[in-house]
Design a protein around this ligand. Structure first.
Ligand code: HEC
Length: 233
């Protein structure tokens, strides 16, 4: 039986309700059988959407195993070297911009250059270099669930007044190097308290560039985030 020729009780009920459906513009002009068909299609689409959303929520991240001892030493040396170089380049430029044009110039510099700079260093060195945090300014730097676990370990040590040594993990064919980033007095200019460390006008400027900014209210010594260097094996 074709859909359009259906005259079962259920369809007759739908025909009775047709007038009601006609009042909804998107449904106007549909016959009862069309409506039944579209209800069916709608349920299928809804089911597919729910399944795909569910999959996203449960996205499985590759399992990470911890490397220790000899195995990790090679990556700690390489990772430390890359972190020192990258933070020296970033810090040097921020300080230069600050003395040339004040905080606003330095903020503009961070906004335009920090992320692309790490990106181009990554390409040059054939690794991935990132600064990851739970309270992000640039949303591209926000931690995923496995990174949050590492940050929590660093936080435990940092809240006891110490700085954790780096952590090295392996997942599939990648090796990840993590090392903590702690706040220094100089960082408070842009990551400290609003009004107390960052002038209100400066913060307005930051908010304009990063409407969802969370990277404020830190104090000297706080854990700000971590460096994540990923090596292809
Ligand atoms: C002149 C202002 C300024 C100063 C000083 C500054 N930062 Fe930032 N920081 C920024 C801006 C702007 C970004 C966002 C950069 C981007 O778009 O990638 C940022 C991003 C970061 C990030 C990446 C995570 C995120 O939230 O996006 C870390 C980590 C970070 N800063 C740590 C520090 C530390 C540690 C210091 C001190 C050594 C410091 N910053 C000093 C302005 C500043």
């Amino acid at each position: 039986m074709k859909f359009q020729e259906c005259h079962s009780c259920e369809c007759r009920n739908l025909i009775k309700n047709k007038i009601l459906f006609k009042q909804i513009p998107a449904f106007a002009g549909m016959t009862a059988s069309c409506l039944e068909m579209s209800k069916y299609l709608f349920s299928v689409i809804l089911l597919l959407v729910l399944i795909s959303c569910g999959n996203q929520a449960k996205k499985i991240e590759p399992k990470q195993t911890r490397l220790t001892g000899e195995e990790s030493l090679k990556y700690i040396a390489k990772g430390d070297f890359i972190v020192k170089g990258s933070s020296r380049v970033l810090g040097k430029h921020i300080k230069e911009k600050m003395s040339e044009g004040g905080i606003l110039e330095a903020i503009k510099y961070c906004n335009l250059v920090a992320y692309p700079l790490l990106d181009s260093l990554s390409k040059k060195l054939n690794v991935s270099i990132q600064r990851i945090t739970q309270k992000a300014r640039n949303l591209k730097n926000k931690a995923n669930s496995s990174q949050i676990k590492i940050l929590e370990e660093f936080e435990d040590i940092s809240s006891g007044g110490m700085i954790s040594p780096p952590i090295v993990t392996k997942s599939n064919d990648k090796t990840n190097f993590y090392s903590p980033i702690n706040i220094k007095p100089f960082c408070l200019n842009c990551h400290g308290g609003i009004k107390t460390n960052i002038g209100e006008d400066k913060y307005k400027f930051i908010k304009k560039l990063y409407p969802k900014d969370e990277a404020v209210n830190y104090a000297d010594g706080d854990l700000r985030g971590m460096w994540v260097i990923q090596f292809d094996d």
